[in-house]
Design a protein around this ligand. Structure first.
Ligand SMILES: NC(=O)c1ccc[n+]([C@@H]2O[C@H](COP(=O)([O-])OP(=O)(O)OC[C@H]3O[C@@H](n4cnc5c(N)ncnc54)[C@H](O)[C@@H]3O)[C@@H](O)[C@H]2O)c1
Length: 380
């Protein structure tokens, strides 16, 4: 079994998720590689203790990411920092010759993303990928297999989205994800958009044009001291896109919704594909359930499939048990290590987001901003 020695930059919400996925790597069977955390970095010293207490393999603890990059022991880096830091830190990681799993949106805007892609071009020996773990839910893996098998026939319509409701409370204090300078002008699109684009892009359903309606519903929030502060980011985005079905050569409507204020939704990601031969829909609100309608000319009838733990990367969990968020995060890591060490993804949809897919998401989100500003349909 090959060991890949990792450094983590950014030990917040997602940094700890990676730590937890590493700590229970024995959960996965049949992996040829495993991650080992050898170095950690955050500017907040208060986050070191959890890692120190749980990972005896850590040899370097620092608040200066350059020190982590200078460590020859570090082969690969997971970087989960605020969006304004993606460009400077990701380009330094790549220039240091370290493999990178960088969090989305992979640059605060299109210019920052282009600079990261230029660094990738200059260092072709470095393996770079980005994140979205939702396609790893078993029901979604089944839906994705239907895409690979061309089971849908000509595509009629696709709806993909990611909905939260934690910002419904206007008294929720502002954090960096609601500040344009740190989160970026994309607002909720930068934060949530890649999740909703991941499967459509891997399916080859790339938007050609977009009409976007973006809303800033809560324009002011209290800071940590309770003082009212401007909250300028887009809370909700609805994108109506014209996409092309690569198999039939025909256009179809693709909607992408990302909302931070979607009443009643805790963390709902959904995909709904309607085709001439079959349709399927999945939502993380009921994660084990996949609805499928196969049309053979007779009566139209939805079948409900209750999936178990049928992950892309096999694990110890019994086949009838439930699969959850933390499993999906670990599957994403398995996909990263598989592709890093084997040279190819396990399958088209058991794979991380590629730099090309991220670059297209920036084209889409930039066009969406122009569409909102001008009230126009924009080319992507
Ligand atoms: N894949 C997902 O489902 C998912 C979910 C949430 C967030 N994210 C992404 O992960 C990234 C981080 O988000 P988060 O929710 O973990 O944020 P967070 O605020 O919880 O963590 C970010 C961490 O970065 C640290 N940091 C800031 N400046 C730094 C520097 N110069 N050097 C080292 N550390 C520094 C902060 O102290 C903080 O601990 C973002 O890109 C976000 O979009 C992804």
């Amino acid at each position: 079994m090959r060991t890949v020695r990792f450094g983590i930059i950014g030990l917040g919400l997602m940094g700890r998720e990676f730590g937890s996925a590493v700590a229970r790597w024995c959960h996965l069977l049949e992996m040829n590689a495993r991650p080992e955390i050898v170095a950690i970095c955050d500017t907040n010293n208060g986050l070191f203790a959890w890692f120190r207490d749980n990972f005896p393999t850590i040899k370097l603890v620092t608040s200066d990411y350059r020190q982590l990059l200078a460590d020859p022991d570090v082969e690969a880096v997971y970087c989960a920092v605020p969006h304004n830091l993606h460009q400077p830190i990701y380009t330094d990681i790549i220039a240091a010759g370290k493999h990178l799993l960088g969090e989305k949106p992979f640059g605060i805007d299109q210019q920052a993303n282009a600079a990261i892609n230029e660094a990738i071009r200059r260092h072709p020996q470095v393996f770079v990928r980005s994140t979205s773990h939702f396609p790893f839910f078993p029901a979604m893996q089944r839906l994705c297999r239907m895409i690979e098998q061309k089971a849908f026939g000509q595509i009629i319509e696709v709806n993909s989205g990611f909905l939260h409701s934690s910002d419904l409370d206007p008294a929720k204090p502002i954090n960096w994800k609601r500040i344009v300078k740190i989160n970026g002008e994309y607002g909720c699109l930068g934060d949530l958009g890649m999740h909703a684009c991941h499967v459509p892009f891997k399916a080859g359903w790339y938007p050609r044009t977009v009409r976007a309606i973006l809303s800033n519903l809560v324009k002011q929030r209290p800071d940590r001291q309770g003082n009212p502060t401007p909250c300028e980011t887009w809370d909700n985005a609805t994108l109506l896109c014209d996409a092309m079905d690569p198999d039939s050569g025909e256009p179809f409507p693709l909607t992408i919704k990302t909302q931070r204020i979607a009443p009643g939704e805790t963390d709902t990601w959904y995909l709904d594909v309607k085709g001439m031969k079959a349709s399927a829909r999945w939502s993380s609100a009921n994660p084990r359930r996949l609805d499928v309608l196969e049309y053979t000319g007779g009566e139209q009838c939805w079948r409900r499939i209750d999936t178990g733990w049928e992950a892309a990367f096999r694990g110890i969990t019994g086949g009838i048990f439930e699969f959850g968020f933390t499993d999906a995060v670990q599957q994403l890591w398995a996909a990263f290590l598989h592709e890093l060490t084997e040279g190819t993804p396990k399958s088209r949809f058991a794979a991380c987001v590629t730099p090309e897919e991220v670059a297209y998401s920036h084209r889409l989100f930039t066009a969406a901003l122009a569409s909102q500003a001008n009230g126009t349909v924009e080319r992507v």
